[in-house]
Design a protein. Structure first.
Length: 118
């Protein structure tokens, strides 16, 4: 039997819930830094060049936070391997086995919606 490689867990993209949680976390950290910079603009004395650095950071960080929060993992290409399995045709030796053919039955209707059996 010839098989293609199965999809590795590491090759799959992150779950959307985990990605959103990470983006919100980064946004909150960036906005926390912005709040600290805004407070430092008015509390650091005497005013100097660092006051302007804090003021510029307080003005620019909201834009940076929103851009990075909106840029999800969809902008990063991921190479996901196909999980399909390819089967070769059975050989004559396999056909002569004493076992009969294997039959797999799949019910397409869930049991709660299935018609009652008589």
């Amino acid at each position: 039997m010839r098989r293609t490689p199965d999809a590795a867990v590491t090759s799959l993209p992150r779950a959307p819930r985990d990605e959103a949680r990470e983006r919100v976390r980064h946004y909150a950290i960036t906005m926390g830094i912005r709040t600290v910079c805004f407070i430092l603009v008015f509390t650091v004395q005497p005013m100097g060049w660092w006051t302007w650095v804090f003021a510029i950071a307080a003005a620019v960080l909201p834009y940076v936070a929103v851009v990075f929060a909106n840029a999800g993992d969809d902008s990063v290409p991921t190479d996901v391997e196909s999980p399909l399995i390819e089967l070769e045709a059975p050989t004559a030796q396999q056909d002569e086995s004493p076992r009969g053919p294997q039959v797999i039955t799949v019910a397409e209707t869930p049991a709660r919606f299935a018609e009652p059996r008589s």
